[in-house]
Design a protein around this ligand. Structure first.
Ligand code: ATP
Length: 251
């Protein structure tokens, strides 16, 4: 790993149910960088995040997170899953849900320490949820739930933040607030890897895009990915006016 790399995947393959879901993936994310992981449904984006989180085994290759393996780094990575992957009918309030983001750091049966409490409070304030801290999570709106998930990830004070579809189903002001927050976090040094289907927003907000379709088809700063052929290959189509139009690369 070079000095500024926070995450590095080299030659990573993942097999699930006897099928090769990721093949020979190389990907780096450096300190203060926001990388968008883009690709069609089933491209392996969530699988890649889950491999980094040590939730899935790799069949080949290496994953390095600040000179640690995924097993060693577990609990230090901030992870925002897709909203529907979280158990919202669990009877806990917002503050407790955010504190449980630190469970892998502090242990399951321990009472929260002062550090846990401070990290939780800071995370709540960063996503503007401090006023709602006693609200049961089952009573929250979609946008409030998304902010709980982000606060939960921030509660570990991560150097690496993984976001799985963080903008899906959010109104424009909530999307903007989160975009600004992610921008501030990268300025402070956090490395962010984000999956999204919002291609124009990704091109607008990310420093670099990685186009994935089982393997990395192309990667680079958004303005270097203006060749329509790259996008058609990444999405496995021969022609898609809507795709190219949404990216502004159809001229
Ligand atoms: N546990 C599993 N067992 C077998 N196959 C799986 C498993 N989990 C995912 N897959 C398959 O792996 C492929 C990649 O899935 P993944 O969820 O990583 O894609 P994705 O790029 O995140 O898609 P989407 O944009 O739809 O969220 C899909 O074909 C999926 O069916």
């Amino acid at each position: 790993m070079t000095g500024d790399e926070v995450l590095s995947l080299q030659g990573v393959s993942v097999e699930l149910g006897g099928r090769l879901v990721l093949r020979d993936v190389d990907l780096q994310v450096t300190k203060s960088e926001q990388v968008g992981l883009i690709g069609p449904n089933g491209a392996g984006k969530t699988t890649l995040l889950r491999a980094v989180l040590n939730l899935l085994p790799t069949s080949t290759g290496t994953i390095d997170i600040n000179n640690r393996t995924p097993a060693q780094a577990r609990g230090t990575i901030g992870y925002v899953p897709q909203r529907h992957d979280f158990v919202w009918d669990f009877p806990v309030d917002v503050r407790t849900a955010v504190t449980t983001g630190r469970t892998h750091l502090t242990g399951w049966l321990r009472r929260p320490t002062r550090t846990d409490q401070e990290a939780t409070q800071q995370a709540l304030e960063r996503v503007d949820l401090a006023d709602l801290h006693r609200r049961p999570i089952g009573e929250l709106s979609g946008g409030q739930r998304q902010r709980v998930l982000v606060a939960r990830a921030l509660a570990v004070r991560p150097e690496l933040l993984l976001l799985d579809e963080p903008f899906t189903g959010l109104d424009v002001p909530t999307q903007e607030a989160l975009t600004h927050l992610f921008r501030r976090l990268t300025k402070e040094g956090t490395a962010i890897l984000m999956t999204t289907h919002d291609l124009p927003a990704a091109a607008d907000t990310c420093d670099r895009l990685c186009l994935l379709n089982r393997t990395v088809v192309a990667e680079g700063p958004p303005d270097q990915l203006r060749d329509p052929a790259i996008w058609l290959e990444a999405f496995g189509v021969t022609r898609s006016d809507q795709l190219l139009h949404s990216l502004g690369v159809d001229r």
